[in-house]
Ligand binder design. Structure first.
Ligand code: NAD
Ligand code: COI
Length: 332
Protein backbone atom coordinates (compact mmCIF):
# COMPACT_ATOMS: atom_id res chain seq x y z
CA UNK A 1 0.00 0.00 0.00
CA UNK A 2 1.12 3.59 -0.64
CA UNK A 3 0.58 6.98 1.00
CA UNK A 4 1.55 10.16 -0.80
CA UNK A 5 2.03 13.43 1.10
CA UNK A 6 1.77 16.96 -0.32
CA UNK A 7 3.50 20.19 0.73
CA UNK A 8 6.02 18.53 3.03
CA UNK A 9 8.31 21.26 4.35
CA UNK A 10 11.95 20.74 5.34
CA UNK A 11 10.98 20.85 9.04
CA UNK A 12 8.45 18.05 8.50
CA UNK A 13 10.72 15.76 6.48
CA UNK A 14 12.45 14.08 9.49
CA UNK A 15 9.05 13.11 10.93
CA UNK A 16 7.85 11.70 7.59
CA UNK A 17 11.04 9.61 7.47
CA UNK A 18 10.56 8.58 11.12
CA UNK A 19 7.00 7.37 10.37
CA UNK A 20 8.07 5.61 7.17
CA UNK A 21 10.91 3.80 8.96
CA UNK A 22 8.43 2.40 11.49
CA UNK A 23 6.00 1.27 8.74
CA UNK A 24 8.14 -0.67 6.25
CA UNK A 25 5.04 -2.23 4.67
CA UNK A 26 3.75 1.14 3.51
CA UNK A 27 5.41 2.91 0.61
CA UNK A 28 5.67 6.63 1.40
CA UNK A 29 6.11 9.28 -1.28
CA UNK A 30 6.06 13.05 -0.87
CA UNK A 31 6.54 16.42 -2.52
CA UNK A 32 7.05 19.97 -1.25
CA UNK A 33 4.42 21.17 -3.74
CA UNK A 34 0.90 22.10 -2.68
CA UNK A 35 -2.04 19.95 -3.69
CA UNK A 36 -3.70 21.60 -6.71
CA UNK A 37 -5.66 20.26 -9.69
CA UNK A 38 -2.28 20.17 -11.51
CA UNK A 39 -0.22 18.37 -8.85
CA UNK A 40 -2.93 15.86 -7.86
CA UNK A 41 -1.44 13.51 -10.46
CA UNK A 42 1.57 12.89 -8.18
CA UNK A 43 -0.80 10.81 -6.04
CA UNK A 44 -1.32 8.31 -8.89
CA UNK A 45 -1.01 4.79 -7.56
CA UNK A 46 -1.37 5.87 -3.93
CA UNK A 47 -4.17 4.58 -1.71
CA UNK A 48 -4.36 7.75 0.35
CA UNK A 49 -2.92 11.23 0.70
CA UNK A 50 -1.62 13.27 3.62
CA UNK A 51 -2.08 16.99 3.13
CA UNK A 52 -1.77 20.38 4.70
CA UNK A 53 -2.05 23.71 2.97
CA UNK A 54 -3.31 27.24 3.23
CA UNK A 55 -5.00 26.92 -0.17
CA UNK A 56 -8.62 25.82 -0.25
CA UNK A 57 -9.48 22.21 -1.09
CA UNK A 58 -11.67 23.26 -4.03
CA UNK A 59 -14.07 21.11 -6.01
CA UNK A 60 -11.49 21.00 -8.84
CA UNK A 61 -8.73 19.83 -6.52
CA UNK A 62 -10.89 17.11 -4.97
CA UNK A 63 -12.07 16.02 -8.43
CA UNK A 64 -8.47 15.79 -9.67
CA UNK A 65 -7.55 13.56 -6.71
CA UNK A 66 -10.62 11.38 -7.24
CA UNK A 67 -9.67 11.08 -10.93
CA UNK A 68 -6.41 9.49 -9.71
CA UNK A 69 -8.51 7.07 -7.66
CA UNK A 70 -7.66 8.69 -4.31
CA UNK A 71 -10.46 9.61 -1.92
CA UNK A 72 -8.83 8.96 1.45
CA UNK A 73 -7.37 12.23 2.64
CA UNK A 74 -5.71 12.97 5.97
CA UNK A 75 -5.12 16.57 7.03
CA UNK A 76 -2.13 17.40 9.20
CA UNK A 77 -4.03 20.24 10.92
CA UNK A 78 -7.20 21.01 12.91
CA UNK A 79 -9.31 23.30 10.70
CA UNK A 80 -11.56 21.83 8.03
CA UNK A 81 -13.20 25.12 7.02
CA UNK A 82 -11.32 25.27 3.70
CA UNK A 83 -12.70 22.01 2.25
CA UNK A 84 -15.54 21.95 -0.31
CA UNK A 85 -17.48 19.44 1.79
CA UNK A 86 -20.41 19.11 -0.65
CA UNK A 87 -18.00 18.03 -3.39
CA UNK A 88 -16.09 15.77 -0.98
CA UNK A 89 -19.35 14.05 -0.06
CA UNK A 90 -20.41 13.69 -3.70
CA UNK A 91 -17.06 12.04 -4.51
CA UNK A 92 -17.20 9.74 -1.48
CA UNK A 93 -14.16 11.17 0.28
CA UNK A 94 -13.09 9.88 3.69
CA UNK A 95 -11.27 12.64 5.57
CA UNK A 96 -9.38 12.83 8.85
CA UNK A 97 -7.78 15.75 10.68
CA UNK A 98 -5.56 16.14 13.72
CA UNK A 99 -7.81 17.99 16.17
CA UNK A 100 -5.32 17.93 19.04
CA UNK A 101 -1.67 18.14 18.01
CA UNK A 102 -0.57 20.65 20.62
CA UNK A 103 -3.13 23.06 22.07
CA UNK A 104 -0.23 24.52 24.08
CA UNK A 105 1.49 25.73 20.92
CA UNK A 106 -1.41 28.01 20.02
CA UNK A 107 -2.42 28.93 23.57
CA UNK A 108 1.16 29.83 24.50
CA UNK A 109 1.52 32.06 21.43
CA UNK A 110 -1.78 33.81 22.19
CA UNK A 111 -0.71 34.33 25.81
CA UNK A 112 2.73 35.67 24.90
CA UNK A 113 1.22 38.13 22.43
CA UNK A 114 -1.44 39.18 24.95
CA UNK A 115 1.27 40.02 27.49
CA UNK A 116 3.30 41.84 24.84
CA UNK A 117 0.37 44.04 23.87
CA UNK A 118 -0.32 44.87 27.52
CA UNK A 119 3.33 45.83 28.12
CA UNK A 120 3.56 47.69 24.77
CA UNK A 121 6.75 45.83 23.89
CA UNK A 122 6.49 46.65 20.18
CA UNK A 123 6.33 50.37 20.96
CA UNK A 124 9.30 50.15 23.33
CA UNK A 125 11.33 48.01 20.91
CA UNK A 126 10.78 50.60 18.17
CA UNK A 127 11.73 53.45 20.50
CA UNK A 128 14.91 51.68 21.64
CA UNK A 129 15.91 50.84 18.07
CA UNK A 130 15.58 54.55 17.25
CA UNK A 131 17.70 55.64 20.22
CA UNK A 132 14.76 56.89 22.33
CA UNK A 133 15.35 55.29 25.72
CA UNK A 134 12.79 57.29 27.67
CA UNK A 135 10.20 55.38 29.72
CA UNK A 136 7.12 57.56 29.32
CA UNK A 137 4.54 57.31 27.97
CA UNK A 138 5.07 53.61 27.28
CA UNK A 139 3.72 52.31 30.56
CA UNK A 140 2.53 48.69 30.84
CA UNK A 141 -0.64 47.08 32.14
CA UNK A 142 -0.12 44.05 34.39
CA UNK A 143 -1.87 40.86 33.38
CA UNK A 144 -3.04 40.28 36.96
CA UNK A 145 -5.04 43.51 36.77
CA UNK A 146 -7.03 42.30 33.76
CA UNK A 147 -10.23 40.38 33.40
CA UNK A 148 -9.52 38.02 30.53
CA UNK A 149 -12.56 36.83 28.57
CA UNK A 150 -12.08 33.57 26.71
CA UNK A 151 -14.52 32.79 23.90
CA UNK A 152 -14.47 29.03 23.29
CA UNK A 153 -13.28 26.69 26.05
CA UNK A 154 -12.18 23.77 23.90
CA UNK A 155 -8.68 22.34 23.79
CA UNK A 156 -6.85 25.60 23.08
CA UNK A 157 -9.07 27.99 25.04
CA UNK A 158 -8.64 25.89 28.18
CA UNK A 159 -4.83 26.00 28.04
CA UNK A 160 -4.92 29.76 27.36
CA UNK A 161 -7.10 30.14 30.48
CA UNK A 162 -4.55 28.26 32.61
CA UNK A 163 -1.65 30.36 31.33
CA UNK A 164 -3.48 33.64 31.92
CA UNK A 165 -4.40 32.48 35.41
CA UNK A 166 -0.74 31.69 35.98
CA UNK A 167 -0.06 35.38 35.31
CA UNK A 168 -2.73 36.17 37.92
CA UNK A 169 -5.53 37.38 35.64
CA UNK A 170 -9.19 37.00 36.51
CA UNK A 171 -10.50 34.65 33.82
CA UNK A 172 -14.08 34.46 32.59
CA UNK A 173 -15.37 32.41 29.67
CA UNK A 174 -18.26 31.79 27.32
CA UNK A 175 -19.04 28.63 25.37
CA UNK A 176 -22.50 27.33 24.38
CA UNK A 177 -21.17 23.85 25.26
CA UNK A 178 -19.93 24.36 28.79
CA UNK A 179 -17.16 22.15 30.14
CA UNK A 180 -18.52 20.58 33.37
CA UNK A 181 -15.25 21.05 35.30
CA UNK A 182 -14.96 24.71 34.31
CA UNK A 183 -18.63 25.23 35.09
CA UNK A 184 -18.14 23.83 38.59
CA UNK A 185 -15.25 26.24 39.06
CA UNK A 186 -17.49 29.17 38.07
CA UNK A 187 -15.70 30.47 34.99
CA UNK A 188 -18.71 30.87 32.72
CA UNK A 189 -20.70 34.02 32.15
CA UNK A 190 -24.22 33.65 30.76
CA UNK A 191 -23.75 35.30 27.39
CA UNK A 192 -21.23 36.84 25.03
CA UNK A 193 -22.72 40.22 25.91
CA UNK A 194 -21.81 39.63 29.57
CA UNK A 195 -18.28 38.72 28.53
CA UNK A 196 -17.96 41.81 26.32
CA UNK A 197 -19.16 44.01 29.18
CA UNK A 198 -16.64 42.63 31.71
CA UNK A 199 -13.47 41.70 29.83
CA UNK A 200 -10.36 43.86 29.45
CA UNK A 201 -8.82 41.23 27.16
CA UNK A 202 -10.87 39.07 24.79
CA UNK A 203 -9.33 36.00 23.17
CA UNK A 204 -11.06 33.93 20.48
CA UNK A 205 -10.70 30.13 20.48
CA UNK A 206 -13.64 29.05 18.33
CA UNK A 207 -13.89 27.50 14.87
CA UNK A 208 -14.80 29.45 11.74
CA UNK A 209 -18.37 28.35 11.12
CA UNK A 210 -21.14 30.13 9.25
CA UNK A 211 -22.62 31.23 12.60
CA UNK A 212 -19.31 32.66 13.83
CA UNK A 213 -18.53 34.68 10.69
CA UNK A 214 -17.51 38.23 11.76
CA UNK A 215 -18.62 37.62 15.34
CA UNK A 216 -16.30 40.49 16.20
CA UNK A 217 -17.85 43.42 14.35
CA UNK A 218 -18.87 47.05 14.81
CA UNK A 219 -21.84 46.11 17.04
CA UNK A 220 -19.97 43.67 19.28
CA UNK A 221 -16.97 46.00 19.60
CA UNK A 222 -19.36 48.74 20.77
CA UNK A 223 -20.40 46.43 23.64
CA UNK A 224 -16.79 46.01 24.84
CA UNK A 225 -14.96 48.03 27.46
CA UNK A 226 -12.82 50.97 26.40
CA UNK A 227 -9.15 50.03 25.91
CA UNK A 228 -10.02 46.41 25.23
CA UNK A 229 -7.32 44.08 23.90
CA UNK A 230 -8.48 41.68 21.16
CA UNK A 231 -6.67 38.43 20.43
CA UNK A 232 -7.41 36.33 17.37
CA UNK A 233 -5.25 33.23 17.03
CA UNK A 234 -8.18 31.22 15.68
CA UNK A 235 -9.46 32.15 12.24
CA UNK A 236 -9.52 35.37 10.24
CA UNK A 237 -13.18 34.99 9.30
CA UNK A 238 -14.22 35.50 12.94
CA UNK A 239 -13.23 39.17 12.80
CA UNK A 240 -14.49 42.03 10.65
CA UNK A 241 -11.08 43.59 10.08
CA UNK A 242 -12.49 46.98 9.03
CA UNK A 243 -14.44 47.20 12.28
CA UNK A 244 -11.28 46.45 14.28
CA UNK A 245 -9.35 49.10 12.35
CA UNK A 246 -12.11 51.61 13.17
CA UNK A 247 -11.82 50.58 16.84
CA UNK A 248 -8.04 51.01 16.77
CA UNK A 249 -8.39 54.42 15.11
CA UNK A 250 -10.92 55.65 17.65
CA UNK A 251 -8.83 54.37 20.57
CA UNK A 252 -11.60 52.02 21.74
CA UNK A 253 -9.28 49.07 21.10
CA UNK A 254 -5.96 49.26 22.98
CA UNK A 255 -4.27 46.58 20.93
CA UNK A 256 -4.93 43.75 18.51
CA UNK A 257 -3.19 40.39 18.26
CA UNK A 258 -3.75 38.77 14.88
CA UNK A 259 -2.24 35.44 13.96
CA UNK A 260 -4.99 34.89 11.42
CA UNK A 261 -6.46 37.27 8.85
CA UNK A 262 -9.60 36.94 6.78
CA UNK A 263 -7.69 37.46 3.50
CA UNK A 264 -4.58 35.47 4.45
CA UNK A 265 -4.85 32.78 1.77
CA UNK A 266 -2.07 33.29 -0.76
CA UNK A 267 -0.40 36.00 1.39
CA UNK A 268 0.77 34.27 4.58
CA UNK A 269 3.73 31.88 4.44
CA UNK A 270 5.16 33.60 1.37
CA UNK A 271 8.19 35.86 0.87
CA UNK A 272 7.15 39.38 -0.21
CA UNK A 273 10.60 40.93 0.12
CA UNK A 274 11.43 42.96 -2.97
CA UNK A 275 7.90 42.51 -4.32
CA UNK A 276 4.74 44.61 -4.29
CA UNK A 277 2.92 43.75 -1.02
CA UNK A 278 -0.48 42.47 -2.11
CA UNK A 279 -2.78 43.84 0.64
CA UNK A 280 -2.63 47.48 1.75
CA UNK A 281 -5.01 46.91 4.69
CA UNK A 282 -2.75 44.19 6.09
CA UNK A 283 0.34 46.32 5.42
CA UNK A 284 -1.23 49.12 7.45
CA UNK A 285 -1.96 46.74 10.34
CA UNK A 286 1.56 45.31 10.28
CA UNK A 287 3.03 48.79 10.74
CA UNK A 288 0.85 49.82 13.69
CA UNK A 289 2.70 49.68 17.02
CA UNK A 290 -0.34 48.35 18.88
CA UNK A 291 -1.01 45.51 16.44
CA UNK A 292 0.97 42.27 16.52
CA UNK A 293 0.71 40.38 13.25
CA UNK A 294 2.08 36.87 12.88
CA UNK A 295 1.45 34.90 9.68
CA UNK A 296 -0.60 32.04 11.18
CA UNK A 297 2.37 30.70 13.10
CA UNK A 298 0.74 30.11 16.50
CA UNK A 299 0.81 26.38 15.76
CA UNK A 300 4.37 26.34 14.47
CA UNK A 301 6.47 24.52 17.07
CA UNK A 302 8.59 21.38 16.84
CA UNK A 303 6.21 19.59 19.23
CA UNK A 304 3.15 20.45 17.15
CA UNK A 305 4.72 19.73 13.77
CA UNK A 306 5.88 16.26 14.81
CA UNK A 307 2.42 15.38 16.10
CA UNK A 308 0.74 16.76 12.98
CA UNK A 309 2.84 14.56 10.70
CA UNK A 310 2.81 11.37 12.78
CA UNK A 311 -0.91 11.54 13.63
CA UNK A 312 -1.94 12.34 10.04
CA UNK A 313 0.06 9.37 8.70
CA UNK A 314 -1.38 7.10 11.44
CA UNK A 315 -4.88 8.18 10.45
CA UNK A 316 -4.28 7.68 6.75
CA UNK A 317 -2.75 4.26 7.34
CA UNK A 318 -5.93 3.21 9.14
CA UNK A 319 -8.13 4.63 6.36
CA UNK A 320 -6.30 2.81 3.58
CA UNK A 321 -6.42 -0.44 5.55
CA UNK A 322 -10.19 -0.12 6.04
CA UNK A 323 -9.90 0.47 9.79
CA UNK A 324 -11.69 3.23 11.68
CA UNK A 325 -9.48 6.31 11.82
CA UNK A 326 -8.65 7.90 15.18
CA UNK A 327 -10.08 11.28 14.25
CA UNK A 328 -12.47 11.14 11.28
CA UNK A 329 -14.02 14.35 9.98
CA UNK A 330 -17.74 14.50 9.22
CA UNK A 331 -17.93 14.86 5.44
CA UNK A 332 -20.93 16.82 4.16
P1 NAD B 1 -12.20 22.87 20.04
O1 NAD B 1 -13.15 22.27 19.07
O2 NAD B 1 -11.55 22.01 21.05
O3 NAD B 1 -12.95 24.06 20.81
C1 NAD B 1 -13.72 25.03 20.18
C2 NAD B 1 -14.77 25.49 21.17
O4 NAD B 1 -15.43 26.63 20.63
C3 NAD B 1 -15.87 24.44 21.43
O5 NAD B 1 -15.95 24.16 22.82
C4 NAD B 1 -17.15 25.11 20.92
O6 NAD B 1 -18.29 24.78 21.67
C5 NAD B 1 -16.78 26.58 21.08
N1 NAD B 1 -17.57 27.52 20.29
C6 NAD B 1 -18.00 27.41 19.01
N2 NAD B 1 -18.67 28.54 18.66
C7 NAD B 1 -18.65 29.36 19.74
C8 NAD B 1 -19.16 30.66 19.99
N3 NAD B 1 -19.82 31.36 19.07
N4 NAD B 1 -18.96 31.20 21.20
C9 NAD B 1 -18.28 30.54 22.16
N5 NAD B 1 -17.78 29.30 21.98
C10 NAD B 1 -17.95 28.73 20.77
O7 NAD B 1 -11.12 23.64 19.16
P2 NAD B 1 -9.63 24.04 19.57
O8 NAD B 1 -8.73 22.91 19.35
O9 NAD B 1 -9.65 24.71 20.88
O10 NAD B 1 -9.32 25.10 18.42
C11 NAD B 1 -10.01 26.32 18.34
C12 NAD B 1 -9.71 26.97 17.01
O11 NAD B 1 -8.35 27.38 16.96
C13 NAD B 1 -9.83 26.03 15.79
O12 NAD B 1 -11.15 25.92 15.35
C14 NAD B 1 -8.98 26.73 14.77
O13 NAD B 1 -9.79 27.62 14.03
C15 NAD B 1 -8.00 27.53 15.60
N6 NAD B 1 -6.61 27.08 15.43
C16 NAD B 1 -5.67 28.00 15.13
C17 NAD B 1 -4.35 27.62 14.98
C18 NAD B 1 -3.28 28.62 14.66
O14 NAD B 1 -2.16 28.22 14.34
N7 NAD B 1 -3.54 29.90 14.74
C19 NAD B 1 -4.01 26.27 15.13
C20 NAD B 1 -5.00 25.35 15.45
C21 NAD B 1 -6.29 25.77 15.60
C1 COI C 1 -5.00 24.39 12.19
O1 COI C 1 -4.41 23.37 12.58
O2 COI C 1 -6.22 24.41 11.93
C2 COI C 1 -4.25 25.64 12.03
O3 COI C 1 -4.83 26.70 12.06
C3 COI C 1 -2.80 25.57 11.80
C4 COI C 1 -2.41 25.64 10.35
C5 COI C 1 -1.37 24.61 10.07
C6 COI C 1 -3.55 25.52 9.37
Amino acid sequence: KKIFAFSIRKDEEPYVKEWASKHPNIEVGYTDELLTPKTAKYAKGANGVVVYQQLDYTADTLQALADEGVTKMSLRNVGVDNIDMAKAKELGFEITNVPVYSPNAIAEHAAIQTARILRQTKVMDEKVANGDLRWAPTIGREVRDQTVGVIGTGHIGRVYMQIMEGFGAKVIAYDPFENPELKKQGYYVDSLDDLYAQADVISLHVPATKENFHMINQDTIAKMKDNVVLVNCSRGALVDTDAVIAGLDSGKIFGFVMDTYEDEVGIFNADWRGKQFPDSRLEDLIHRSNVLVTPHTAFYTTHAVRNMVIKAFDNNCKLINGKPADTPVKVG
